[in-house]
Design a protein around this ligand. Structure first.
Ligand SMILES: Cc1cc2nc3c(=O)[nH]c(=O)nc-3n(C[C@H](O)[C@H](O)[C@H](O)COP(=O)(O)O)c2cc1C
Length: 178
């Protein structure tokens, strides 16, 4: 079984300052089945081309949200993408079947270590609890929500960590169903 055609919706508002996401992007380079779409680069003014985005999404089997974790969520442009692209009658509602059968997945880098997320940790809840809006959005749009890929402890990660995360991400992207 071949790996699914994958659209990476990439969001980092300050890529020039990025260490982790910039490194992770290199893992996705050169894969024939993967389209990397940098939303801040495409829409610096936040004026999302809805028709273009819908066409792109429809042409792929798996949509990956790749971003740093910002305030327990995504950078702002990804929220704008959801708000404008996932229209009634296209993504949901009676005739809104464009995304049916596709997969949605999150690939996130988080400053906080694993132990910060959960009872007793300073973030209180397991990180997947913060991702429930994406899980439910996928469900409403008839998509499968894949288990997220999360890289923790980005504030203090080493070059070895970055290298091993790239290998993990590339293998994950090459996996048939993710
Ligand atoms: C505005 C902002 C909000 C952040 N919010 C969180 C957060 O809610 N949880 C967390 O674990 N890390 C948080 N961080 C840390 C980033 O997730 C982390 O620095 C980033 O994933 C590292 O990737 P980069 O090197 O590509 O920027 C935040 C960082 C910034 C700048």
């Amino acid at each position: 079984m071949s790996a699914p055609r994958t659209l990476i919706l990439f969001a980092h508002p300050a890529l020039e300052k990025s260490r982790v996401q910039k490194s992770l992007l290199t893992a996705a380079e050169g894969l024939d089945h993967v389209t990397v779409h940098d939303l801040y680069e495409a829409y610096p003014d936040f004026q999302i081309d809805v028709a273009r985005e819908q066409e792109l999404a429809a042409a792929h089997d798996r949509i990956v949200l790749q971003h740093p974790f910002y305030w327990y969520s995504t950078p702002a442009i990804l929220k704008e993408w959801f708000d404008t692209v996932l229209q009634y009658g296209w993504a949901y509602g009676q005739s809104g079947t464009a995304l049916h059968g596709k997969t949605l997945a999150s690939v996130i880098s988080a400053g906080g270590p694993v132990e910060a997320y959960g009872p007793g940790g300073y973030n209180t809840y397991p990180i997947v609890e913060f991702l429930k809006p994406f899980e439910q959005t996928a469900r409403l749009c008839g998509m499968t929500y894949a288990e997220p890929l999360i890289f923790h402890g980005c504030v203090s990660c080493t070059l070895d960590d970055l290298e091993s995360w790239n290998t993990t991400y590339r293998n994950w992207l090459n996996h048939a169903s993710a």
